[in-house]
Design a protein around this ligand. Structure first.
Ligand SMILES: [Zn+2]
Length: 288
């Protein structure tokens, strides 16, 4: 039996809203204050249907006021590296390698389907993530064993002899972007990186925090001899991310549970709008 329920679609809790405000403040996520001017962070979901962001959508682009653009979990709703909505993608993050996050498929333009049942085409064996990283020369910061895994997948897309490790360096592990070639770097819980646009004076700080989920690599993305039927390849630990932007805005991934079908989360903001606290609630069908 399907029961229609409402769940809070927001996964990002505002922790600190303005630059120079001292210690981070915990702001109730349901009634956050309205920002009072100043540079804003733009957050754009890239879903399967124009004007909506559906339960199967995962991808979000964060654009810092300095211009650094971070893609979080491309999923299945971005048409590879040529998707016209993407623009620059300086940094890519991946919470875990499950098929709906790494992207074992891309949208099927000739059969887009519906919000609840989007049409897709295979993105195997390399993944949507690797295709985008290769096309955009992105700096990839991921946990577990995914940095090596994705480096190889990106290599398979680019045809290069290898995918280099990112050249983040210094006390803040600073990564200057844009890059001319893709790179990957393992960033595990406790680790951080600062992604700074070349010429800017500050960067977006990205901190990895523990997450509780799982991180199996889909069998469709593994090479011969693959994995035992019904199992996934080892991907190391899953990750959560906390991003602190140059205007002081800090967002962190939150997972809602235990709503079935929602554990993989998604956030709902209108495409292209600055982060303005449009808390939308989404309805979902829950099975059982
Ligand atoms: Zn998952």
């Amino acid at each position: 039996m399907h029961k229609r329920i409402w769940v809070d679609a927001m996964i990002f809790a505002l922790l600190n809203l303005s630059a120079g405000s001292g210690r981070p403040q915990v702001v109730p996520s349901r009634r956050p204050p309205v920002a009072s001017g100043g540079p804003t962070v733009k957050i754009a979901p890239l879903g399967s249907q124009d004007g909506d962001f559906c339960r199967n959508d995962r991808a979000m682009i964060f654009e810092d006021p300095t211009g650094v653009r971070v893609l979080y979990d491309p999923g299945r709703t971005i048409a590879g590296g040529t998707d016209a909505r993407l623009g620059d993608v300086h940094v890519m993050l991946l919470s875990h390698a499950h098929a709906d996050h790494i992207g074992d498929a891309i949208p099927n333009a000739s059969a887009p389907g519906t919000c609840t049942s989007p049409g897709t085409s295979p993105a195997t064996p390399n993944s949507n993530f690797a295709m985008i990283a290769a096309a955009k020369a992105s700096a990839v910061f991921v946990g577990g064993e995914l940095a090596t895994f994705l480096g190889r997948k990106i290599q398979d897309v680019t045809g290069a002899s290898s995918t280099p490790t990112c050249d983040a360096a210094g006390l803040t592990n600073e990564q200057v972007v844009p890059r001319t070639t893709p790179c990957t770097e393992a960033l595990r819980p406790g680790g951080s990186v600062s992604a700074r646009l070349d010429g800017a004076t500050a960067g977006v700080k990205i901190v990895v925090v523990p997450a509780v989920h799982s991180n199996g690599i889909p069998a469709t993305l593994t090479d011969s001899p693959g994995v035992a039927p019904g199992t996934a390849a080892y991907g190391g630990s899953e990750s959560g991310y906390v991003l602190k932007f140059t205007n002081g805005l800090t967002v962190s991934e939150r997972r809602h549970g235990p709503v079935r079908g929602y554990a993989d989360h998604s956030a709902r903001l209108l495409p292209g709008q600055p982060y303005g606290y449009q808390h939308r609630r989404h309805s979902y069908d829950r099975s059982g």
